[in-house]
Structure formats: C-alpha cells, structure tokens
Design a protein around this ligand. Structure first.
Ligand SMILES: [Zn+2]
Length: 416
C-alpha cells in the first residue's frame, strides 16, 4: 500500500534534487500537459530585486501547442487553406503580440486575495511580495496561468514554495487561495474539469452539461478580455455585465466572492492592478488556450474516441466530449500518465477537432475583435461550441475520476 505521505516524500526528494539544477519538473498536479520554459525576450527589463527567473519545467507542451496555434494562425493569415472562424492579416497578429511598457506580475492573487499561507508569509518576510518584471512572453505566461495563477513559478523563492506546495501535493498552500480552487474545487473548469464546491460532498459529481456551460462562461470571459471588449481595468464584477445572461449564474457560482472583493480583471491575470492592456489581453488569450488544450487530455475529459499510438496518447482523432473528470477523486500520479507529449501535437490543419487548429481560430478571432473594435464573440462561440461539444447534450453523465485515473478517496488521500 502506498500512503500519500510516502508518495509525497519520494516526489519531494526528487523535486529538490531537480531544483539544484534549477529545472523544475512537473508531476502530480492537475495540468494535463506539462509546462515548459519559454524563450526570454532579448530586451526583457531587469527583474525587480532579482526576483524573476526563467524557470524551466519538464516538457513545454502547453507552450509548444500555443506556439503551433500561433504559427497556424499566421500561415492562414498569409495563405488561407481552410475556413477560419475569423479572418485577419499577419500584420494584425504581429501588432496584437506587441507589448509596450513593462510586463509586471505579483503573487498577490494568492497572498492578498484569500487567506494567507506560510508560503505567502515567507515571501512577505523576505520582501518578495511586491511586483516584479516577468521574463516570459505574456502569451506564454497566460498559458501557464491556469496552473500557476499566482505566478509562483516565475520567481526563485516563490518557485521553491510552488514546488513544495504543488509539485508534491503538500497542504502548505491549501484552502482559501486560487491555486487550490483551480486544482481541487470551484475553478477546475480552468482545466476543462468538473468543479466541486468546497461545501459539496466529494461524492457529488457535476453533470457534464453543467460543466460544459461553466466552461463556455469562462471561455466568453477570457475571450472578451483577450479581444478587449472587457477592459483590462474593469472590475471582475463589471465584467459580468459583458457576458451573455445565460452565463451569469455560472459566473456567480465561480467568481462571486472574488467579484465582491472588487478585484480588477488586470489583477486576476497578473496580480497587479495596472498591468498594460496588451499584457492582460495576451494573458487572457493564453489562459483560454490552456483550457482548450486540457480538454484534449484523457485525464481531464473523456471524449468519444481515445486514440493511442505506440503507447502514447494522441490529441487528433478524438471525438465530442462524453464526460468531464474531476481531480478531487483522481490519483495524482495516474493523472500524470496522460501528460505525455502527444505524438501529433503539431500534425493538424484548420477545421480539425484538434487543440492547435482550434487555438489558431481563437487567436484569429481575438485579434480580429481587438483590431476592428467589434466583438467577435459570436464567431468565437462557434469555435467554443466545436471545441467543447457534448456527445449527449442535456442532462447527462456526471463527472468521475475516469477509469484509468481513480485513486484518491473522499478524504483526499490516495486509495491503496
Ligand atoms: Zn491545466
């Protein structure tokens, strides 16, 4: 029998060894595809107090999928070969990617919003709870945001806490903070997984249609921020007014307490109230792409087909969504089995049900909305409808762990 504590000890030993080489390896967390390092912009501003660090992770799958989507969007802008939901020029995409001014982050979405933790107390005592310059491109920081909402992996000291807190599954950053909400509770939809409210019995699993609607609400919110319809400096409460009325209930269930605390959209994504419009737009787009990409991981979502080639999962050739999984009852170690790099990561064309192809359409629509000043949500909603389409719409299958990923029981420990 493996107790969770035993597993944690093994993982921590490995993790600390890896940290010596400043290479953090993801395992046992809820991200479907592993995070990776990103190229540092040549003209990156110097980090405040030396905080920022270009920490490299195992296999940069989310980043590579995002770059592949960007490359596809650019190639379609230059030479269209398929039907994109939105049509834009390559120059418009290039302009959308430009950020003038400093790119600033902080850890305060965890350390100011919600209950504090020993990690936050330590950062505060060390004077590292303020703003710092990011050394990653905002689109890449955005695609990392869902797994690291408080940007703990972007700086040296917080990165160690992030490693201890999230790579090992220890409880030190637990309870009332957004990382915990994202991984275990009401924000699991950020990873295309079924949310479970903190007050819910662990045996109550959300219906697939409810999760689908929650993901569409989040997709609209992130998309409208990405295209600039929702201003970066609107409050989260004001942002709700931009959403379709049918999304309001899901918004309240997901964001009410954060909206009531009057946080701004800029703060949600960066931890800073006055981040630049372009930085916030790009980070929201990255966060949306993360959810899309996760929805093609078998440990997050059961789709109609689950193609595997040479023991490796594929993301192409999958069908519509049958049911969502929920991390609360999964074995963290088994969850990670589906995290391997898909062999067909870049093997796609526009129009296919593939996260890179669909991501290219979301990018083109966000650029089109921002460039024209007219929302492209209706076009993006069509992309979302194809991305997250349910095989059986209406009341249907409740979330579960997934047959290959069972393991954690209701008290949070791993089953024998
Ligand atoms: Zn994820």
């Amino acid at each position: 029998m493996h107790s969770i504590k035993k597993l944690m000890r093994v993982e921590m030993t490995t993790g600390l060894k890896v940290l010596v080489f400043v290479v953090l390896t993801c395992s046992g967390t809820t991200q479907a595809f592993k995070l990776g390092g990103s190229p540092e912009p040549a003209d990156a501003p110097p980090p405040v107090q030396g905080l920022a660090l270009d920490i490299h992770f195992g296999d940069p799958i989310h980043e590579d999928m995002t770059k592949a989507s960007l490359a596809l969007a650019l190639s379609q802008a230059r030479t269209p070969t398929g039907k994109m939901a939105c049509r834009v020029s390559a120059e418009a995409i290039d302009r959308y990617l430009e950020v003038s001014g400093p790119i600033v982050l902080s850890h305060r979405m965890c350390c100011q919003s919600g209950a504090s933790s020993i990690a936050c107390d330590d950062l505060k005592a060390a004077g590292q709870d303020g703003n710092f310059f990011d050394v990653s491109l905002p689109l890449i920081s955005g695609v990392r945001w869902n797994d690291d909402i408080c940007h703990m992996s972007h700086a040296r000291r917080s990165g160690l806490w992030w490693l201890l807190g999230w790579m090992t599954g220890l409880d030190i950053m637990r309870f009332n903070n957004v990382n915990y909400a994202s991984h275990y509770h009401e924000w699991q939809f950020l990873h295309a997984m079924a949310p479970i409210a903190r007050s819910d019995s662990p045996n109550i699993f959300q219906d697939a249609d409810t999760t689908y609607k929650r993901i569409l609400m989040w997709t609209e919110l992130a998309f409208r921020v990405a295209e600039g319809t929702i201003p970066a400096h609107a409050t989260l409460e004001q942002a709700k007014q931009y959403l379709e009325p049918r999304s309001h209930k899901g918004f309240n269930l997901a964001f009410r307490s954060y909206a009531e605390s009057k946080i701004k959209i800029s703060f949600l994504f960066t931890g800073v109230d006055d981040a630049s419009d372009a930085q916030v737009r790009l980070m929201a787009l990255g966060a949306l792409l993360h959810t899309l990409q996760d929805s093609f991981s078998s440990s997050h979502v059961e789709r109609e087909f689950d193609p595997v080639y040479r023991m490796k999962p594929l993301v192409g050739g999958k069908g519509r969504i049958v049911r969502f999984h929920t991390y609360r009852v999964q074995s963290p170690s088994r969850h990670g089995i589906a995290d391997h790099r898909p062999l067909d990561l870049e093997d796609t064309t526009v129009g296919k049900l593939h996260p890179v192809a669909l991501g290219a359409e979301f990018i083109a629509c966000a650029v089109s909305g921002q460039t024209s000043g007219h929302s492209q949500w209706i076009a993006a909603r069509d992309v979302a409808g194809r991305s997250f389409e349910l095989a059986r719409p209406g009341p249907n299958l409740g979330a579960n762990a997934g047959k290959h990923y069972q393991g954690r029981i209701s008290d949070g420990t791993e089953a024998p």
